[in-house]
Design a protein around this ligand. Structure first.
Ligand code: ZN
Length: 273
């Protein structure tokens, strides 16, 4: 009985903690807690309906993607792992009395994790190791090697970064192989992929899309990890608040993924069976 009450209390706490309501009726949730110094990262997996696509959101201040994913899985089934650590973009924490900060999308290689921390101050081996450990647990939970893909969701601000950033002469030119722009779309709303055939399918669907260069520098980001491990990678990224467009791009990207890799659709359907 006591055990039951405790687990019930834990459930309530988790629900109160979850930052992405409304969780609709029938949604299943489980949480994995990762601790590094005084940093707590909760990997909250939301799951609903028949097995289908699995999404991943690694920045905790980017909620539009999570909300759009909820809409998607409410109608089509699927799951999302949402990394929750206080609603901010960066990991900020104290370790052995020292303060550190890093971008959670820089921890997927040793070199990248070090460079990521050094953007904000001095790093040390132990902290780099802790970041690698967080990445390892996120990857274990999301399990891209079993899924056969990585499908991430990001959001950005109005102006600044967007599809034009990947054009010749702009800041992300070096990481770009090809760019397709639909000038009817908001330049902040786009898809980034690592595989040519995904790029071609999304270009055919006439959405803003970037193919990442195979020689892009290792900055510890998940897209570089994906390419290195030969896992097809999709990032659907829209401006904060563009939820309808976010859902539209998710639907187009899921369709492109299953068209390019038909066996993945069967695998996703068979998951949990
Ligand atoms: Zn992001």
């Amino acid at each position: 009985m006591m055990k039951y009450i405790l687990s019930l209390m834990l459930c309530c706490c988790l629900n109160a903690f979850a930052q992405h309501p409304p969780v609709f009726e029938g949604m299943e949730m489980d949480t994995t807690l990762i601790v590094a110094g005084d940093l707590n990262v909760n990997l909250v997996r939301y799951k609903y309906g028949k097995p289908s696509i699995s999404f991943l959101a690694i920045h905790d201040d980017e909620d539009t993607g999570v909300k759009a994913a909820f809409e998607y899985i409410q109608f089509s089934g699927g799951s999302i792992i949402d990394c929750q650590y206080g609603g901010k973009r960066n990991y900020k924490f104290t370790y052995n009395g020292q303060q550190y900060q890093t971008d959670p999308n820089s921890i997927y290689s040793k070199e990248g994790a070090k460079i990521g921390i050094e953007k904000f101050g001095p790093s040390n081996n132990e902290v780099v190791h802790q970041m690698e450990n967080i990445a390892r647990i996120i990857l274990n939970q999301y399990n891209p090697k079993k899924l056969g893909y990585i499908f991430t969701l990001h959001n950005n601000a109005d102006g600044g970064f967007g599809i034009p950033s990947y054009l010749k002469g702009y800041e992300l030119e070096k990481v770009t192989d090809s760019v397709h722009i639909n000038f009817q779309m908001d330049p902040d709303d786009m898809v980034l992929v690592t595989e040519k055939k995904l790029y071609n399918a999304l270009k055919k669907a006439n959405v803003n899309v970037v193919l990442q260069h195979t020689e892009a520098d290792d900055d510890g980001s998940l897209s570089i990890y994906a390419k290195r491990n030969q896992i097809p990678y999709i990032n659907v990224e829209v401006q904060h608040g563009h939820q309808e467009e976010n859902l539209r791009l998710i639907e187009i990207a899921v369709k492109a993924l299953y068209e390019c890799y038909p066996n993945l659709k069967e695998k996703d359907k068979a998951a949990n069976e």
